[in-house]
Design a protein around this ligand. Sequence first.
Ligand code: ZN
Length: 276
Amino acid sequence: MEDYILFQPSVKPIHKEDEEDFWFLFKDNQLMVYEGKGNITIPRQKDVLDLNISIYNIQCMGAYSGYNCQCGEFVDHIEEENISFMDLRTLSEFVDENIYLMASKANLLLNWLKLNQHCGICGSKMYIKDSKYERAMVCSNCGNTTWPRTSPAIIVAITKEDKLLLARNRQFPNRRYSVIAGFVEYGETFEECVKREVYEEVGIKVKNIKYFGSQPWPYPNSMMIGFTAEYLDGEIKVDGEEIVDADWFTKEEVQGMYKKSISIGSQLIEWFLEKH
Ligand SMILES: [Zn+2]
């Protein structure tokens, strides 16, 4: 089972409590990690017990490789040399994808708790539903119920013969180029979103839109749905607002233009480099 489904989501602990259970703890929206010998690790139960901190918003996330995973927040000051705090983007550079994805889940869950303290219908206090099977917040007055939510966004690698389309977003630092991405509008299919975002941002039409893979994008609660597509028609024309430059690049050019990471954007570029 654990080889097949790496992370088992669960509202209650799946395994017996263990000193090696994982704790994803946030302070000021930054994850607490241990640093040692160039390694970044997630605190375990035995580490957390020693710290003597008050943890709130505690949630069981499920289990990973036989150990329960908990998350929560705290405000206490800690002075220990080997403890540091990281945002998730920085974390992604130091840990493997599974650990990064669990930290992302913790972030999503804690954000959901914070954003749903009061009912969206009547304004009364919400509480966590007492259930073994379902994670939900319920209004104490009208019974309105809300569940953790994910907002989909598409990300697409567009090829034209042996070239890849890369664009530079105004917000990207250091003149960095990337594949096209954008949020799915309400009621829109992923394929419609790919066509619309590409047309809006760079003015071209695409065909053969194919599913590539997905990745949670916890800033704060998106899910990137990756696609590949081929050029169909049109000339590149950037919107000048969100996208300030875009062009077709060869494999050799692409190699010198991006930094490999565990992001799905990077995985799409790797796909292009392997295929072309
Ligand atoms: Zn209510």
